[in-house]
Every structure is written in structure tokens, then in C-alpha cells.
Design a binder for this molecule. Structure first.
Ligand SMILES: [Zn+2]
Length: 215
């Protein structure tokens, strides 16, 4: 097993997509290949990797708008939360095999109801979509969604090892990627001691950012 892992700037609102593959098995998946699906497919082709799945972290248009084109170019099937009616529905606890790699899927609603966290165990790579960014968390539309997001963040912290590297769906932070250990120490939303503090921080985020000099 020989890991291929690339973070690709796809366009849109500083969107990130990913190429994850096993060079030995000559297989790969494209994760959220939006805006510039051709560039993702080219990266796979240049390395002789057959794309088996297009995997989506969630159903927002800025993450899925390249699905059709990527599928047409590769013949790959779409794998995502069942609510998106994909070719392969991914339930909480499911795993996608990519050669010798195993991409575990966890249902983590909040930012939206169909959100998945993806974790490849052997490489400890975690693709967190719009649940967890570097230094921030995903936006939520109301109090109930914010509470659900809190629960999903607690779940993320319980299922991922501290050593996991964090690869978000947008380049919103001071770095393009992080580790769970680093986020636990520096991300104000992961440092909240309880849900009330989390909800308060969400409600007062612009003022908090300004006060702390955050970007
Ligand atoms: Zn989103």
C-alpha cells in the first residue's frame, strides 16, 4: 500500500477537494471535486490511478457541483449520505475500500443534515468538510442545528485520534490543514467547556474575533 493524498484548491469560496488513493493498487477516490472536476481527474490520470468513487462530505452545491462532470470523465460512482440519493449510500460506520486503504464514514449533522466525516485510519487523515475548519467550525442556521453541531464535534473528538490530521472543506484558517491536537488547543469552538459556552461563542463570534485579533 502506497498512499497518495493531495489537497486541491478547486475554486468557489476557497473550496478544498481531495485526491486519496493507493498507488500500488492504482485506485483513488475524489472527494468534493467541485468547480474544477477536470483538474481532479487529471491528477488521478497523471498518476495512473483509476477513480472508483466520487465521495461527498455533504450536499451543499459548492461541494457537489463537479459530481456529474467527474463521473462522466471517469465512470466512477458517487458515494455520499443516503439523503443525496447517491449511487452508493454511506451510512454511519460504513467503510470505502481504496486498494489497501479504508475510508471510514461518520454521520456528523449540524452544518447540514447530510454531513459525513471521513477518516482513513492507516494514514490518520481526517476530511472534515464544513464541520471543522482550521480555527473555526461550520455555520449553522439556527439554535437547534448549532446544538446538533456541538454533538457532532464531540463525536469527532471521540472517534479521531489526537494525531489525526485535519483537512477542511474550505481554506478559512491561518493554515490550510491542522491536527486534532492542535485544534483542541487553538480552535476557540473546540475549547468551549460546555454547550452553553459553544452557543454563546457562535452568537458573539464577530466580536470575539475582533477582540482576540483573529483573522
Ligand atoms: Zn457546506
Amino acid at each position: 500500500m502506497d498512499l497518495v493524498f493531495e489537497q486541491i484548491r478547486s475554486g468557489g469560496d476557497r473550496n478544498f477537494g481531495y485526491l486519496l488513493g493507493d498507488r500500488g493498487a492504482r485506485e483513488a477516490v475524489l472527494i468534493d471535486p467541485s468547480y474544477s472536476p477536470d483538474a481532479f481527474v487529471e491528477r488521478a490520470r497523471d498518476q495512473g490511478l483509476a477513480v472508483t468513487y466520487i465521495v461527498n462530505t455533504h450536499g451543499h452545491p459548492d461541494h457537489v457541483n463537479g459530481n456529474e462532470r467527474a463521473a462522466a470523465l471517469t465512470g466512477a460512482r458517487v458515494a455520499a449520505h443516503p439523503a443525496l440519493l447517491p449511487d452508493r449510500p454511506l451510512q454511519d460506520g460504513d467503510e470505502i475500500a481504496i486498494g489497501g486503504l479504508r475510508l471510514a464514514c461518520y454521520h456528523v449533522p449540524g452544518h447540514c443534515a447530510d454531513h459525513l466525516l471521513l477518516h482513513e485510519r492507516s494514514s490518520d487523515v481526517a476530511i472534515t468538510g464544513d464541520l471543522l475548519f482550521v480555527g473555526k467550525v461550520g455555520g449553522t442556521g439556527n439554535d437547534s442545528d448549532a446544538r446538533t453541531e456541538w454533538t457532532s464535534l464531540q463525536r469527532l473528538m471521540s472517534v479521531l485520534p489526537e494525531t489525526a490530521t485535519i483537512w477542511p472543506g474550505h481554506d478559512y484558517g491561518v493554515r490550510p490543514s491542522s491536527t486534532l491536537a492542535l485544534e483542541k488547543r487553538t480552535n476557540p469552538f473546540l475549547r468551549c467547556r460546555d454547550i452553553e459556552a459553544f452557543l454563546h461563542l457562535k452568537a458573539t463570534w464577530p466580536a470575539f474575533k475582533k477582540e482576540q485579533g483573529l483573522r
